[in-house]
Design a binder for this molecule. Structure first.
Ligand SMILES: *Cc1c(COP(=O)(O)O)cnc(C)c1O
Length: 429
């Protein structure tokens, strides 16, 4: 399928990249190819597909025409070379690491990650023999001090969920580059509209499609994107990429597939064996969600700025942590890396702590009390009484989930209704 190259503007590519009218029916919107399998022309054709000598669809765990349109579109929007979609953001993180890691290898990860990612890294990955060293990456020296030969990648979030911390990605990419290991950036919170990690030296991007790319809180999905520039032969650290793969008759992925070897390795090996394929129906929702990404993000950001300014002045609010505000210590980095805005997810503190948090949530009307972000609807959460309830007080504070903390994901409703709703609920606090 023809993909408009990057000479079209982002807004045009959100609508057209990767898609063309269906060649057999003329259907203008990308159809949902709700099929498990695809017929082979002959036994030779089938064998050539299975041996990766020919491109084509075999079985929807490995690839599906609707999912392919989504993969091409996201790769295009991220200025990447290729992408592999899968069933969730967490699955994307597992797939991104799978070709890089052997038992005993380690990852350097920012300590300011989405809570679920910290749990995944600490518990599930440990069972594969993968170790994780969490660092405070707001000081990049902490990374260069720590880095050892058995570290196989650096993993960070471009805009951390929920506290909105922005790291100096350019400097971190330089450290990764010097160590000849890839920098992986979870770009979920920014979306490719607000931030392009590849433009600042990242090698691999992961997304939870569940959030802003889908945008409507209706489907789970994830994706891994590669920029195609990482040199897998620069060291002997990545045998899965640079040495023969037994299950494909000795094929060397980085050699045979060149600048999309990593995506091919994920698809043909990791996705094949781990099995977390994205359903074509969910791919359809994400393709349609992407078509309004730029419009939604603009409104999310302008609404969030207005709401955060209202909260900053409110007498029952002790602090607001939003990189879009001048008062944020991340505002300078925000202006450098995310000129169009810093998304709509942020936290604020209530003067009267735990009880105040509960009262606010119990009196709010438009905001939905859910554990999600990136919906058209405005969302609210009191981490201390919900997602972080099991932690000790000191653990809560370290995770940015102290008793007074409220997390918001501002939707695309009218900002005056959102502010009115918060003002009323705060009057009960
Ligand atoms: C939600 C989220 C994830 C996990 O994605 P799922 O689709 O829920 O598996 C990873 N990273 C960030 C930043 C997220 O917000």
């Amino acid at each position: 399928m023809a993909t408009p190259k990057n000479n079209y503007k982002f807004e045009t590519r959100t609508i057209h990249a990767g898609a063309a009218p269906d060649p057999s029916t003329g259907a203008r919107n990308t159809p949902i190819y709700q099929t498990t399998a695809y017929t082979f022309d002959s036994t030779d054709h089938a064998a050539s597909l299975f041996n990766l000598q020919n491109f084509g669809f075999i079985y929807s765990r490995l690839g599906n025409p609707t999912v392919s349109v989504l993969e091409e579109r996201v790769a295009n929007l991220e200025n990447g070379r290729a992408a592999v979609a899968c069933a969730s953001g967490h699955s994307a993180q597992l797939l991104a690491l799978h070709p890089l890691m052997e038992p005993g290898d380690r990852i350097i990860a920012s300590q300011n990650l989405y809570g679920g990612s910290i749990t995944q890294f600490n518990h599930a990955f440990k069972k594969f023999g993968w170790g994780v060293d969490f660092v405070d990456a707001t000081n990049v020296k902490n990374i260069s001090k720590l880095i050892k030969p058995n570290h196989k990648c650096i993993f960070i979030e471009s805009l951390s969920n929920p506290s909105g911390i922005i790291l100096d990605i350019e400097k971190i990419a330089r450290i990764a580059n010097n160590a000849k290991i890839p920098l992986i950036v979870d770009n979920t919170m920014a979306s490719p509209y607000l931030f392009k990690p590849f433009n600042w030296g990242a090698d691999i991007i992961t997304h939870s499609l569940t959030k802003f790319i889908g945008g409507h809180g209706n489907s789970m999905g994830g994706i891994v994107v590669e920029n195609g520039k990482f040199d897998w032969f620069a060291s002997d650290k990545y045998p899965s990429m640079s040495k023969p793969t037994e299950s494909y008759h000795g094929l060397i992925f980085a050699e045979t597939f060149g600048d999309f070897g990593y995506s091919m390795k994920i698809r043909a090996d990791s996705l094949r064996d781990i099995g977390s394929a994205l359903s074509p129906s969910n791919a359809f929702y994400f393709i349609n969600g992407l078509e309004t990404l730029h419009l939604r993000m603009e409104r999310h950001c302008s609404n969030a700025l207005k709401v955060s300014k209202f909260l900053e002045k409110h007498k029952k609010v002790s602090w607001v942590s939003y990189a879009g505000l001048e008062s944020s210590k991340y505002n300078k980095l925000a202006k450098k890396f995310m000129k169009k805005g810093v998304g709509p997810v942020f936290t604020f503190g209530l003067k009267n702590g735990y009880e105040a948090g509960k009262k606010l949530i119990n009196n709010i009307k438009i905001f939905s009390h859910v554990a999600n972000v990136g919906d058209t609807r405005s969302l609210i959460l009191h981490p201390a009484s919900t997602t972080h309830n099991q932690l000790s007080d000191s653990q809560k504070n370290k995770a940015g989930a102290g008793p007074e903390v409220i997390r918001l994901s501002i939707g695309i409703e009218h900002h005056q209704d959102l502010i009115k709703d918060l003002r009323t609920a705060l009057s009960f606090v």
